[in-house]
Design a protein around this ligand. Structure first.
Ligand code: SF4
Length: 479
């Protein structure tokens, strides 16, 4: 005999069968749909399947708003995190923190926020700073376009607003790099304007709270409309917006939300309908792109060789360890096989071999241009750089690019031809190790330089220099 586990709308359901489980789920959904139809009818929207958000903010739901406001505000006052950008409501600090927090975790942002504010304490100091200094202060946070547009927007505020931060949403939206979310955050948090915001946390909380399950591709406008309607009239909109985001960050998390301790559990439609795990419905994501790189660590006389990226495209003008893109493609690993130690072969030989390897994928334009720059005769002072075996590998993600970087040591040998014949490529430069920390360095190179397997490289270089000093002159000296 089956043990009874639930009574539902007068029907007893027992466990022990997948079919019964599915039936139970269907009944839950149909009961929820009936409840929603009642709400639509009350709001004059009966039968409008795409109007579920409107239904959520219908008259009967709107009646619950004051309760949501008081419960969430009390929870926020008691549980909000002590974050450095919450020390005051200065629009410059709010703006910098919001720009840094996009795509980046709070704990990762903390030290960057402090350093950035120390380096650029005012909007004018940011506007007057060279771009390279701003990128250097941003280095390691990734998504460098944010740093560039911060500086551009600071210059625009100085030029068009006499250095005073604009308060209106439209004026904020006209600034470089400021979209609806950031405009809403600055206007509501710094100026307490009645402006909504929707980020990933708010979207998740609202989707669950009101059991919104419309087409995720068209849900943005609906969420913004609901967020605007939800704004309190009696209390601070800035605090309300922050409270919603904080609930999403600490309680209504993407996985394993803490519904048992949630201040809004009595009002939560997804909890009532047992649909927390299925909401919000995921948006279709673009496929990941696998990228295989070879990164070359060259140390000579205690200095590291870096190259500057092209002045357009991704991470423009930033410094990186010399890098070759071997292959890229959607889905599986681009090279079609794991990379192996390659012994004493040049970058050109290595790349040629890999591009001919069975299963090798398309090579990008960037690949051939990088190879040109990394040809042995094009290194600084025309010195011949011989790649050594793989020291290790590093994985790195930039938006949808899944990068595997195979890191190789390299040996700098004397040039066999004159410097005049093979002028150094202008994008290469040697740096002391401690000077690299102050450069605008790509996140991948920073990660590689921090890797344990690279820590032995300077010691190996010292050993090599000692053993060859008598027979070989300084590779960095001019011929
Ligand atoms: S009850 Fe659960 S699902 Fe609903 S808002 Fe709270 S944490 Fe999110």
């Amino acid at each position: 005999m089956t043990e009874t586990i639930e009574r539902f709308d007068g029907v007893t359901i027992g466990e022990g069968s997948v079919e019964v489980g599915a039936r139970l789920a269907r009944m839950r959904r149909s009961a929820a749909a009936a409840r929603q139809r009642k709400l639509f009818a009350a709001a004059g929207n009966a039968g409008d399947a795409d109007a579920r958000v409107t239904g959520a903010s219908s008259a009967s739901c709107r009646a619950a708003f004051p309760k949501l406001h008081s419960k969430l505000s009390a929870w926020f006052a008691a549980h909000k995190r002590d974050l450095p950008w919450r020390a005051d409501r200065d629009p410059y600090r709010v703006w910098i923190s919001e720009a840094m927090l996009q795509q980046t975790r709070v704990d990762a942002v903390r030290p960057y926020f402090a350093r950035f504010l120390e380096r650029f304490p005012t909007l004018r100091s940011l506007a007057e700073a060279p771009e390279a200094d701003v990128l250097a202060a941003w280095s390691g946070l990734g998504y460098y376009r944010r740093a560039r547009t911060l500086r551009q927007a600071a210059r625009a505020i100085v030029a068009d607003h006499d250095g005073v931060f604009p308060r209106e949403r439209e004026s904020l939206l006209a600034l470089p790099g400021i979209g609806p979310y950031t405009a809403g955050a600055i206007a509501s948090i710094a100026f307490d304007a009645r402006e909504p915001l929707v980020d990933g946390n708010v979207a998740r909380v609202l989707s669950r709270l009101f059991a919104l399950d419309g087409d995720p591709r068209s849900s943005d406008a609906q969420l913004w409309s609901l967020a605007r309607e939800l704004l309190p009239t009696e209390s601070s909109c800035g605090d309300w917006n922050q409270a919603l985001m904080e609930l999403g960050a600490l309680v209504c998390t993407p996985r394993e939300p803490r519904c048992g301790t949630c201040p809004l559990r009595a009002e939560c439609r997804a909890l009532e309908e047992d649909r927390v795990d299925e909401l919000p419905r995921p948006k279709p994501r673009p496929s990941a792109i696998a990228v295989d790189l070879v990164v070359i660590a060259v140390v000579a006389d205690g200095r590291w060789l870096l190259e500057r990226r092209p002045s357009s495209g991704r991470m423009a003008d930033m410094w990186q360890l010399p890098t070759i893109e071997i292959a890229s493609g959607v889905g599986e690993r681009a090279g079609g096989r794991e990379m192996q130690a390659d012994g004493e072969r040049t970058a050109s030989e290595l790349s040629l071999e890999r591009s001919n390897a069975p299963g090798a994928r398309e090579r990008s334009d960037l690949d051939s241009s990088a190879m040109g720059r990394l040809h042995p005769t094009r290194w600084p002072s025309g010195f011949d750089v011989r790649m050594g075996p793989e020291l290790g590998s590093v994985r790195h993600t930039i938006t949808r690019h899944r990068i595997r970087a195979s890191v190789h040591g390299a040996e700098v040998r004397r040039a066999t031809r004159s410097k005049q014949e093979h002028a150094p490529h202008p994008s290469f430069e040697w740096f002391e190790r401690r000077a690299i920390d102050d450069l605008a360095l790509t996140g991948l190179s920073r990660k590689v330089l921090r890797s344990q397997f690279l820590a032995i490289l300077p010691a190996l270089e010292d050993l090599r220099a000692t053993t060859t000093r008598s027979s070989q002159s300084n590779p960095l000296a001019n011929d």
